[in-house]
Design a protein around this ligand. Structure first.
Ligand code: BJW
Ligand code: ZN
Length: 243
């Protein structure tokens, strides 16, 4: 019997992960904050305007996020992706919108297009630092005297590594998005860029906003679906769908 993992491994694969992949590790999805944090809209906290208005509040928010992420462990979805990467090497490109380090903890290298929670950046000299400290009470400073901000891509800011990501998208023959609502650009448009040329699969419990562009949708939690999809399970749809 043909296994889906064999078929997947014959492709050049692009995996885009979103907050849903880390949900089973105890990290709330972005819209799972119910849109509010300390009576602030998330969009106002994760924005350059929010930083300009009240940098201390922004550091409180990201310190809270660091606290949660510091104790989080990768779940079976992260391990399934790492296992596939181990088998496929450079024929698999993993791009994440998540700022946690759970892909890395599971042993996978992922391109973090929205930045990294455990890094900070100097506003003045632009150096990027590894930083796992909490800065709840004062704004940290760089050796050069500049203020440190979270190394996070906020709304209105340019996402990271977009050229590299576009090259990988243009080469892929199978695109898999997992646990992302398909609302936030430019990630939401990756699927339409490859649709018609590559197979496109969505994995998650809810339909994403961009579901029109997916040739297949597999309803379920990432921690259940991905180990089955990338392992030796029965096909959730006919193998011919991907050949
Ligand atoms: C499960 C599950 C389980 C639950 N298993 N699944 C075009 C049109 C309109 C607007 C724009 C546009 N282009 C750009 C914009 C503006 C803006 C944007 O997209 N706005 C939208 C709100 C409309 N985009 C930007 O500003 C981006 N910048 C940009 O495009 O710059 C252009 C530029 C060019 C040149 C110079 C300057 C600028 C930047 C976007 C940055 C996003 N940053 C954030 C916050 C920072 C990180 C942080 O603090 O955490 O990143 S926003 C937030 O959303 C976060 C996420 O990474 C991102 C995506 O969220 P995601 O992953 O989809 O999560 P959710 O919560 O939405 O969905 C979770 C899903 O999981 C759900 O569907 C559940 O069903 C599912 N799920 N459990 C599997 N167990
Ligand atoms: Zn500096």
């Amino acid at each position: 019997m043909k296994h889906i993992a064999d078929i997947i491994e014959n492709h050049r694969v692009f995996i885009l992960t979103g907050a849903g992949v880390s949900a089973e590790s105890g990290i709330p999805t972005f819209r799972g904050f119910s849109g509010l944090w300390c009576n602030q809209r998330i969009e106002d906290v994760a924005s350059p305007e929010g930083w300009r208005k009240n940098p201390q509040l922004i550091w409180e928010f990201y310190s809270m996020r660091r606290k949660t992420a510091l104790s989080a462990k990768p779940n079976p979805a992260h391990f399934a992706i790492a296992g596939l990467l181990h088998r496929m090497g450079d024929r698999l490109f993993v791009c994440t919108q998540n700022v946690d380090d759970l892909h890395e903890q599971a042993g996978a290298h992922a391109v973090h297009m929205h930045g990294e929670l455990f890094k900070s950046r100097c506003e003045k000299c632009r150096r990027v630092f590894e930083d796992r400290e909490l800065h709840e009470y004062e704004i940290p400073l760089c050796d050069c005297g500049g203020r440190l901000r979270p190394h996070i891509v906020w709304f209105g800011e340019k996402t990271l590594e977009l050229d590299k990501i576009h090259r990988a998208l243009d080469q892929c023959t199978l695109f898999i998005a997992v646990g992302t609502s398909g609302i936030v650009e430019p990630a939401a448009s990756f699927v339409s860029r490859v649709a018609g040329r590559a197979w496109t699969i969505y994995v998650g419990p809810d339909d994403p906003a961009n579901d029109y562009y997916f040739t297949r949708k597999i309803a379920g939690k990432a921690g259940k679906v991905l180990p089955a999809l990338f392992g030796r399970s029965r096909l959730p749809f006919p193998a011919s769908c991907l050949e």
